[in-house]
Design a protein around this ligand. Structure first.
Ligand SMILES: NC(=O)c1ccc[n+]([C@@H]2O[C@H](COP(=O)([O-])OP(=O)(O)OC[C@H]3O[C@@H](n4cnc5c(N)ncnc54)[C@H](OP(=O)(O)O)[C@@H]3O)[C@@H](O)[C@H]2O)c1
Length: 384
């Protein structure tokens, strides 16, 4: 059997490392290319260990260091390096596990070549969903979601599509509620960075952990689901489910509801995307319903956690609004992580940025890149 050739963007991060673990356990997957932002030492170590001939680093200085330390390999850099890594590695499937809108370029490069994309980088779809989905459609490339909720919905919808079109009424995405579930806006004003980084059920990179604490992560996932599954915003619900055992539900026209369950472990959706349409054995903990006891559900407190409302409004506005939301969020989260603003300022900075910039129709990626730049500058202005 010929192994599937996998290229991983963001292989030094939380998803990237778990993907390498999934690949390591399988004879069916061969890693052929790796990338990171600045972390050249672990990246070179990964390349050496896996016999990968080519890597890319977004940061030019880090790429120069990597070239000196690894003369036997090819080290690419910058936006051209992203395109060259995709073109020269000859992957069957690319995993995009970069954090933030920096992931947009690998998404475009992959889909533009007609190569299937396992997508963890939700920001690509949030910022440029219409254009990204149109590009995939034009080249025939598949997008396989790696987010656990979207991987769950992907499986449920695929099973239901056999029944014919028009049977799906609603989608539900679950949220753990994050570390601050139940707190009021007043209490949230004084939470620390360390508190916000303590996620109750998932271990993730810093940015998504803060997005989970503000519930912006669910807002980003709402927009992601709208684009991935072609479902109207009005048909997508977000429900707080602190146990994180049900990842997603699909409600059907006959009143039946299909749910996807499993203990929280990102290697499950990663393996689903990398092996699709096959399944593989994974040594993850198995769900024991009796041990799980009760599964509970509650509504999102939109007053204490306004980011979900902002995301829904931006999604409904369409055009460049979700890109503005995403860019402002990245700036505000970064400012919070570096101790420059309070937790509750994150939503305020995003709202102020959205209010001060008009949404424009999205007809090409250049419009998106310009909107991203302007939104970042505007959001930085509100940090002062
Ligand atoms: N972690 C999870 O459980 C989880 C679950 C669902 C979805 N996701 C999504 O998956 C994506 C990755 O999340 P993560 O938690 O794995 O993040 P992470 O741990 O912070 O890792 C991010 C990766 O992206 C690279 N990177 C950062 N900035 C870059 C840039 N400008 N250009 C190129 N590469 C860059 C990093 O390289 P360096 O090491 O050099 O910084 C690292 O390899 C996010 O979109 C997140 O929302 C994550």
């Amino acid at each position: 059997m010929v192994a599937r050739r996998i290229l991983i963007f963001g292989s030094t991060g939380s998803i990237g490392l778990q993907a390498l673990d999934v690949c390591d356990r399988s004879d069916e997957l061969e890693v052929v290319g790796l990338s990171a932002g600045t972390a050249w030492e672990p990246l070179v170590e990964q390349a050496r260990a896996l016999g990968v001939p080519r890597i890319a680093l977004a940061d030019a200085a880090a790429a120069a260091e990597a070239s000196r330390a690894w003369p036997d390999g090819e080290v690419l850099s910058g936006p051209d390096g992203v395109a060259a890594l995709v073109a020269e590695s000859g992957p069957d499937l690319v995993l995009n596990a970069i954090v933030g809108s920096a992931g947009l370029l690998p998404t475009i490069a992959t889909l533009g070549e007609g190569i299937d994309l396992a997508l963890a980088n939700k920001e690509s779809l949030v910022a440029g969903g219409e254009l990204v989905m149109a590009l995939a459609e034009a080249t025939g490339a598949q997008i396989l979601p790696v987010d656990s909720e979207h991987a769950a919905l992907h499986q449920l919808i695929a099973a239901e599509r056999a029944a014919g079109p028009g049977t799906i009424e609603r989608l539900t995405i679950t949220a753990s509620g994050g570390p601050f579930r139940g707190m009021t806006g007043e209490q949230l004003a004084s939470v620390s960075v360390a508190d916000a980084l303590k996620h109750p059920t998932w271990e993730m990179g810093g940015k998504i952990t803060i997005d989970s604490a503000t519930l912006m992560n669910k807002g980003l996932e709402l927009i992601e689901a709208h684009h991935l599954f072609g479902v109207r915003y009005e048909q997508i619900d977000v429900v707080v489910h602190p146990q994180s055992i049900i990842h997603g539900c699909v409600a059907l026209c006959d009143g039946a509801v299909l749910a996807h369950l499993g203990l929280p472990d990102m290697r499950v959706p990663i393996a689903y995307a990398l092996h699709h349409p096959n399944r593989t054995d994974l040594p993850v903990a198995r769900l024991d319903l009796i041990a799980a006891g009760s599964l509970t559900f509650e509504p999102v407190d939109l007053e204490a956690f306004p980011c979900l409302r902002l995301a829904r409004e931006a999604g409904l506005a369409g055009g460049t609004a979700p890109c503005i939301l995403n860019a402002a969020n990245e700036i505000a989260v970064h400012a919070f992580l570096s101790g420059r603003i309070a937790f509750t300022r994150i939503a305020e900075v995003i709202e102020a940025t959205l209010e001060s910039l008009d949404s424009r129709p999205l007809s090409e990626f250049e419009i998106l890149f310009a909107a991203d730049r302007t939104a970042r500058e505007t959001a930085r202005g509100f940090l002062a």
